[in-house]
Write a protein that binds this ligand. Structure first.
Ligand SMILES: [Fe+2]
Length: 170
């Protein structure tokens, strides 16, 4: 009798998810400097630079999570973040020099944050279910920073980025 293929479990899903977000964070860390450079709004540029520093910390936390799983840190191609970053790149190309560039950058950054928030929230909940409290705590710390980054983008948009895009274009 051939050995039955081992059933995949929640811990396999969790490991795949950690690899996916690790790949995503590594792409984000390379993309944020380009976005910050293109920003003309000082607060937006500072916000993107601050989040770059935080993202380096997110990568370090994920490496700790891999360690807690007894695995080597390794990414798995994430077509979702590739697509979000590709779209962000199009905004950069097409709106560079436009008064709407900051509004476009803030929107791209929000799409990235929302993807990350979705992933980290799920992974933290799975870590709890799997009895991995320490991993859950690390994932929740990052989740909180992603939520704060998203909220900062909302505030910046409300405090002028969107309006200035309108004014200068008029
Ligand atoms: Fe992150």
């Amino acid at each position: 009798v051939a050995a039955a293929k081992k059933q995949k479990s929640l811990s396999d899903l969790f490991e795949d998810g950690v690899k996916d977000i690790y790949y995503a964070e590594k792409r984000i860390v390379k993309t944020l400097p380009k976005m910050a450079k293109a920003a003309t709004d000082d607060a937006l540029r500072a916000g993107l630079q601050k989040h770059l520093k935080e993202t380096e910390g997110h990568i370090a936390r994920l490496e700790k999570v891999f360690g807690l799983m007894g695995k080597t840190a390794r990414g798995k191609t994430c077509p979702a973040i590739d697509g979000i970053i590709e779209e962000g790149g199009e905004v950069l190309d097409e709106f560079n020099g436009s008064p709407a560039i900051d509004a476009g950058l803030a929107a791209s950054a929000q799409a990235v944050e929302h993807y990350e928030i979705a992933r980290y929230r799920t992974l933290a909940s799975w870590a709890h279910a799997l009895g991995m409290g320490e991993a859950a705590a690390l994932l929740e710390q990052t989740l909180d920073e992603e939520i704060a980054a998203d909220e900062a983008l909302v505030t910046m948009s409300q405090q002028g980025i969107t309006e200035r895009a309108l004014d200068k274009a008029a």
